[in-house]
Design a binder for this molecule. Structure first.
Ligand code: HMG
Ligand code: MG
Length: 305
């Protein structure tokens, strides 16, 4: 245990997208711009900024074009956005993004509730998105949601998630992020699941996207890390949730992940103190107490007031 850990892990920050998409209260554009600034200042270099989805389905992210225009993206930072179909891709391309992420579920019911499509239709749709995106010089990431369980169907066979990931990678997506969308995963389940994926794909093709609904996200991340996963999605102060997955609470908090990795001697390129400041920016924008543990408790050595 804890003996063969990697030197470095890559964090894919999802707070501006996953963290804000489910908020009830409108969030001003300036707040989103400030959040991006603070996240990038902490050293995070991969940030999912928004979604080019239907504004009727996710009103909180209806300002995607304005946000990309207003955002100041420092050199070395890549921003990406969710894209559900060709229309979303055209919008992302016109906005000037260099990376997009397609997304679908491993369970039919969640896929329909979230995107109004069957699994087969989603794969067909992405066939029409990924190739033109690659031809236009963009990188494409992919999500498979409900891998650990579906809010509507319960258990989801691992073989189905593996098969979907295989097809997304075959389309040309550079990585598939496996979603515990409703945060039901436990460490032994995570071990079996990650082992099943690693028997089919190299570790760099995989990321873990863990929601922390039941407090197991960090334990599951550690299991993934020990098995060889090097890419983790997380969200500052633990914000997030899918509007079409009832009961889906926040993501694994980036501060909690960085705190654990710092303690393990695994580099992330992120400054924990600056990250905690970014979490305070998120708190200011949302105007309520946020769930992240390190966000609430602070670092081990508190700075003098
Ligand atoms: P639909 O209603 O079936 O779409 O929605 P449609 O193709 O029939 O079009 C209907 C109207 O929407 C048309 O406009 C289209 O132009 C418009 P009208 O002619 O009526 O005026 N439209 C669009 N407008 C802007 N941008 C677009 C777009 N597409 C169509 N891209 C659709 C289908 C997929 C669009 C919709 O279901 C949708 O936007 N869903 C997104 C839901 C979402 O964002 N969920 C949260 C993200 S997923 C998540 O959180 C999980 C994740 O974090 C991983 C994990 O945790 O597991 C990634
Ligand atoms: Mg999510």
């Amino acid at each position: 245990m804890l003996e063969s850990l990697p030197e470095r892990v890559s964090i894919y920050e999802v707070s501006p997208r996953d963290g804000l998409q489910n908020e009830a209260k409108p969030i001003p554009l300036e707040g989103k711009v400030e959040l991006l600034r603070a996240l990038a200042a902490s050293g995070l270099s991969r940030i999912e900024l928004t979604s080019f989805v239907s504004p009727r389905w996710v009103p909180q992210l209806a300002d995607a074009e304005e946000l990309v225009k207003a955002a100041v993206v420092p050199p070395g930072v890549t921003v990406s956005a969710l894209v559900p179909n060709a229309k979303g891709f055209e919008r992302a391309l016109a906005a000037g993004l260099k990376e997009i992420a397609v997304f679908m579920s491993a369970s039919e019911t969640h896929n329909r509730k979230n995107t109004n499509k069957s699994i087969e239709d989603s794969l067909h749709t992405f066939g029409e998105v990924v190739a033109p995106a690659l031809a236009a010089g963009l990188s494409v990431r992919a999500y498979v949601s409900t891998v650990w369980g579906c809010p509507y169907e319960g258990e989801v066979p691992v073989s189905r998630s593996v098969h979907i990931a295989e097809q997304l990678l075959a389309l040309g997506c550079y990585q598939v992020s496996l979603g515990d969308t409703i945060g039901v995963g436990t460490p032994l389940q995570t071990k079996r699941l990650v082992q099943a994926f690693l028997s089919e794909f190299p570790a760099e093709k995989l990321a873990l996207h863990l929601h922390d609904t039941r407090g197991t996200a960090l334990a599951n991340a550690l299991v993934g890390l020990e098995l060889g996963i090097r890419d983790f999605d997380s969200s500052v102060a633990g914000i997030g949730g899918c509007p079409y997955a009832p009961g889906a609470a926040g993501n694994l908090a980036t501060e909690d992940l960085v705190y654990m990795l710092d303690g393990l001697g695994v580099q992330t390129g992120v400054d924990l103190n600056l990250l905690i400041e970014a979490g305070r920016v998120a708190e200011g924008i949302l105007g309520r107490k946020l769930p992240g543990k390190v966000h609430q408790a602070g670092p081990r050595t508190l700075r003098p007031a």
